[in-house]
Design a binder for this molecule. Sequence first.
Ligand SMILES: Cc1cc2nc3c(=O)[nH]c(=O)nc-3n(C[C@H](O)[C@H](O)[C@H](O)COP(=O)(O)O)c2cc1C
Length: 263
Amino acid sequence: MKLPAEKWFEAVKKRSSVRNFLSAKLKEEDAGKLITFLELFNQYYNGIRIRYVNTGFQEVAKGFIGSYGKIDGAQSYLVCLAEKNTPHKNEKIGYVGEAAVLEAVSIGISSCWITGTYKKEDVAKQIKIDENEYIKSIIALGYAKKKTKLSEKVIKAIVSSKKRKSLEELCENGVDSNWPNWVKTALETARLAPSAINRQPWRFRVSENEITIYIEEKLGKKDLKKLDCGIAMLHLEVGALYSGVKGHWEYSLDPEIAKFVKE
Ligand SMILES: Cc1cc2nc3c(=O)[nH]c(=O)nc-3n(C[C@H](O)[C@H](O)[C@H](O)COP(=O)(O)O)c2cc1C
């Protein structure tokens, strides 16, 4: 499937995590558009699927008032599912889940990825999960309240969500001013990707016609960092495509994640 580069490039610039939603499920028309997109995009990878749930988010969310993860108002949500034994399932979940997020932004829907503060057992009461499937994450969906609540401002400040590491920090050998434009745009677009607690675990190595993404070596749950990397991979590809460069991903062995190869 061809990624809608221009539309998603705009969505990357508009997107930010919302934790204070109007108390409403998605409008039928908007939900319909997202479901149509998911039916198509769920075929992108074998063993990976994103399910739309119209209502019930508040029953599965387990944030506490004032803490990271408290999501007000949202009722609709997405469930990111991976079949056991799917290779690179975390990266693929990140990639496909973020595709749904960017498509949602284009429709006018706000969102927040949630990997911590929810109960998997309660999600399983609301949708049918196959025996060989894992729930990897959920994504709250809704319409942002105009005025940001103080608690959301506090969370954003704590996780410094507006802050992103510089490309100098993220690229193995720093930034080279001679890089072609597509490389610079691809990296800048990846840099804006969301990640759990804004940790930005991805690092990049640029060589001729290739960009490798790998995880910085530090403690922490690796599966989730891989999911973050999958999100950055989608952003990177959107940036490359927006600059007119098509490419494909080749998965690598730990600790490297994958390599984007220009075609
Ligand atoms: C994989 C993933 C998991 C996340 N989990 C949570 C979560 O459990 N609770 C929460 O409030 N925010 C969560 N977030 C949102 C991040 O804190 C947010 O994306 C990050 O701080 C960057 O801010 P931004 O999305 O506004 O650019 C998650 C984001 C990602 C990508």
